[in-house]
Design a protein around this ligand. Structure first.
Ligand SMILES: Cc1ncc(COP(=O)(O)O)c(C=O)c1O
Length: 406
């Protein structure tokens, strides 16, 4: 007689997952027929014409690669060695003592997200009871991504929403009760979503505190070169790698090279010494192997080609400078416009913060009014992407904000 099994399907217990909030706002924006609509919710850089362009240095590198490429065979589990080596130099600075001592091990990953994931999995393997502390607020994907790796997560205070600045005292107070087994995720520069960065002096103080207490920093550097310049934006990573025994770093070429869809990133771990780094390297590679087997090659090949060629590097630095100057000048002009229009609120923080994002500090009702009455779209937290502004819409956006504030 055949056994009768109850009819249970594999997927029947799945529950509907709400779409990403930002994607929902983008869909509303697309459906809005108003000719003067403005989208400040997007997560990518845009030029004055609203495009997210392929950089010229990238186009040139791609032509060279396509010409020379004679195989699509796998490269390596750790990715393109030329990319890894050039990225390490760019991130830590050529001649950094941690590089010279052989303390750094890295693998190429699918984007900065892949780097966060691989590094997160390595933490779980090395110290399953570790807690990773996220800034309040942080990039919304940090939480699900690191939780999926199996990590215990907690939050530390970071942004003072009333004063629009880093609440350094509150941060230090929290960190002063942490110790070995605590990993603190810090945004290297251009904090997403608040735009408020640590000063070099604050990084130095944290490096000393972490070294003293045995706290491990995990730096997410997704915007190197988009705040001040490549060197200044890496100050935090560099001082941590100098003064602290162990650090993790997740970096990305999505924004500073405009390679978003190519998925280019690097996961690095700085160990106490070269022997431990050699062991860590095998774990980083094995973790990538277990998650996606091999990282995608095209984007990393482009970055390697650019960083190994003086002329292409010079062109990239110029293009990166243009992106950065666009963001910083939009910030200055927008803050001026709001002040000139007699805003009751002090928006001068906009010009002090860095990168693509800041919170305007508007309550939800005003964000909704901006969308429904003025066709100006932003995330409900009032986080805006400055790259969505341009010479023709800035006046209108500033006027709309003043109108909802009254
Ligand atoms: C803070 C932060 N980290 C990491 C990433 C990951 O970028 P990607 O995976 O596209 O390289 C982003 C992207 O928006 C980000 O803002």
């Amino acid at each position: 007689m055949l056994a009768v099994f109850p009819k249970i399907t594999v997927f029947e217990n799945l529950e509907f997952q709400p779409p990403d909030a930002i994607l929902g706002i983008m869909a509303l924006f697309r459906a809005d027929p108003a000719p003067n609509k403005v989208d400040l919710s997007v997560g990518v850089f845009q030029d004055e014409a609203g495009r997210t362009p392929v950089l010229q240095c990238v186009k040139r590198a791609e032509r060279r690669i396509i010409e020379a490429q004679d195989s699509k065979s796998y490269v390596a589990i750790a990715g393109n060695p030329g990319f890894n080596e050039a990225m390490e130099k760019m991130l830590f600075g050529a001649g950094h003592p941690a590089l010279e001592a052989g303390r750094v091990s890295s693998v190429q990953t699918p984007g900065g997200s892949g780097a966060l994931s691989v590094a997160g999995h390595v933490i779980v393997r090395a110290r399953p009871a570790a807690t990773v502390w996220l800034s309040q607020p942080s990039w919304p994907n940090h939480l699900p991504l690191l939780r999926l790796a199996g990590l215990e997560l907690a939050h530390y205070p970071y942004y003072d929403f009333d004063r629009h600045r880093v609440d350094f005292d509150a941060m230090v107070e929290t960190f002063s009760s942490l110790g070995p087994g605590d990993v603190v995720l810090l945004h290297g520069c251009c904090h997403n979503p608040c735009g408020a960065d640590l000063s070099p002096e604050q990084w130095d103080a944290l490096a000393d505190l972490f070294a003293d207490r045995g706290i491990v920093p995990f730096v997410d550097l997704a915007y190197q070169g988009l705040a001040e310049n490549l060197e200044a934006d890496a100050h935090g990573v560099r001082v941590m790698a100098e003064r602290v025994d162990e650090i993790l770093l997740a970096s990305s070429c999505s924004k500073n090279l405009g390679l978003y869809r190519e998925r280019v990133g690097l996961a690095s771990i700085v160990s106490r010494n070269a022997d431990e780094a050699a062991i860590t390297r095998t774990n980083l590679a094995q973790m990538g192997r277990g998650i996606y087997s091999m990282p995608p090659d095209h984007g990393a090949a482009i970055v390697s080609c650019i960083l190994h060629d003086e002329e292409l590097t010079a062109q990239w630095l110029e293009e990166l400078g243009e992106m950065r100057e666009r963001l910083n000048s939009l910030r200055r002009t927008f803050a001026d416009q709001l002040a000139q229009r007699g805003a009751d609120v002090d928006f001068s923080f906009i010009a002090r913060e860095r990168g693509m994002f800041s919170f305007l500090g508007l309550p939800r009702e005003q964000v909704i009014r901006l969308r429904e009455e003025f066709h100006v779209y932003m995330v409900e937290s009032s986080r805006i992407n400055f790259a969505g502004l341009n010479r023709s819409n800035m006046d209108y956006v500033a006027g709309s904000i003043i109108a909802v504030l009254q």
